[in-house]
Design a protein around this ligand. Structure first.
Ligand code: MLT
Length: 400
């Protein structure tokens, strides 16, 4: 008799964004004329940059010619992309790494989800509350025990270090969903905690390109000692509009170790390489060429312009919410705005009200964890004209 992974029974029936998509589809079916504006899932709306498009065309032409055609890509990425990442994202910022510490993938989500494969199911996982649901759901699937870290509003939603010992710590800065960032002091405290407890930090910096404050670290490796305790996950999705193209990378330093049952150190870089070469056949050549183009002079300029466009949306949302009488957080170093729902209204009630009365889709805070109740997330990833329209609708409904 075939049996299931019982851990799946502990998951909610649908992934958060699938549940929202289901509700919106049902609303649209009943209200076919409604002009629904999505500020829900953080999905980009602006076209890929010209540099990326040109690189894609060139790579497609190479695939059409026997002389330049490529088959399987190296499982951990082509050197041309790893070197571009190394030079631009790390060496240029004073962080020394080597290219065999970089693993190219098809976006941060899958590597974040799979990284647990190389770690024991007995590890205790710590996540912030509220949290990006992927960290929780993937660990529930593997049967790990999860502990929630307090993220008090008076501490700007920064994950607080626990009194006890945990083994796997997920940190996300700039944060999805609260839009907050961890400063150097806070990250240093986490690195010290991880070193003391022989824990590993899984640092999700998918939104680092949105940091405008130069004092905020963009990489955890800006903190001394982090290479011994941290993995970093990055993505071209939000940096360069690759949500539908799929490319990201993970940094697994060679100094980083976890321990076997006898307490002997084992290289996570070696285990992750073994994992990827077994379960992954590499990101497509044309996509890696497209990602490389993000680092060309023109590519950088075009990418920055798109980021500025989204951050201008964030400002429109923050200003609009303030005028309409809401308290809102984030949206300065991150493309997410975390607002407080009107008194007495749960985050799903607010979701329904916004959808039914303003035709705006957002994300209920409670979908990100128990402490998200009473909050609601709006994304700056949208067309500017829709953001303006959405704020006008909210003003009309809530301004008093
Ligand atoms: C979000 O809206 O939280 C993100 O788009 C989800 C993701 O990046 O997978």
């Amino acid at each position: 008799m075939i049996t299931i992974n019982e851990n799946f029974k502990a998951l909610s029936e649908n992934y958060l964004f699938s549940e929202i998509a289901r509700k919106v589809a049902s609303y649209k079916a009943q209200n076919p004329k409604a002009e629904v504006i999505s500020l829900g899932i953080g999905d980009v709306t602006e076209a890929l940059s010209e540099s990326v498009i040109q690189a894609l065309h060139t790579a497609v032409d190479e695939m059409a010619d026997r002389a330049t055609f490529r088959g399987y890509a190296p499982e951990c990425g082509y050197d041309f992309l790893k070197n571009a990442i190394l030079e631009n994202d790390y060496l240029a910022r004073g962080i020394s790494l080597s290219s065999d510490e970089i693993f190219i993938n098809d976006g941060a989500k899958s590597s974040l989800g799979h990284f647990g494969d190389i770690l024991s199911a007995n590890n205790i996982v710590a996540v912030s509350d509220p949290v990006y649901p992927v960290y929780v759901d993937t660990n529930v699937m593997e049967g790990r025990k999860i502990t929630y870290l307090a993220c008090p509003p008076e501490k700007e939603f920064a994950a607080q270090i626990p009194d006890g010992k945990v083994d796997m710590i997920y940190l996300c800065s700039p944060n999805n969903p609260t839009g907050s960032v961890l400063n150097r002091g806070q990250l240093t405290a986490w690195v010290e905690y991880a070193r003391k407890h022989k824990a590993v930090i899984l640092f999700d910096s998918a939104y680092e390109a949105y940091i405008s404050d130069p004092t905020i670290p963009r990489s955890i490796y800006e903190i001394n000692g982090a290479k011994e305790v941290a993995v970093e996950f990055r993505s071209f999705s939000k940096t360069a509009g690759f949500t539908g193209v799929r490319c990201g990378y993970t940094i697994v330093p060679k100094k980083l170790q976890a321990y076997d049952k006898n307490g002997s150190g084992v290289s996570l870089n070696a285990l992750w390489r073994r994992h990827q070469s077994t379960k992954f056949n590499g990101t497509a050549y044309i996509i890696q060429r497209a990602a490389e183009a993000v680092y060309s002079i023109q590519g950088k300029r075009q990418t920055l312009a798109t980021i500025a466009y989204y951050m201008n949306n964030a400002k429109t949302i923050l200003d609009g919410l303030k005028r309409a009488g809401f308290k809102a957080h984030g949206g300065v170093n991150a493309p997410y705005i975390w607002l407080e729902t009107p008194t007495g209204m749960t985050s799903w009630e607010f979701f329904d009200k916004l959808l039914n009365e303003c035709q705006i889709v957002g994300t209920p805070g409670v979908g990100f964890g128990p402490s998200g109740e009473g909050y609601f997330r709006l994304t700056a990833f949208a067309k500017a004209e829709n953001v303006e329209k959405a704020m006008e609708r909210m003003m009309a409904l809530f301004y008093s």
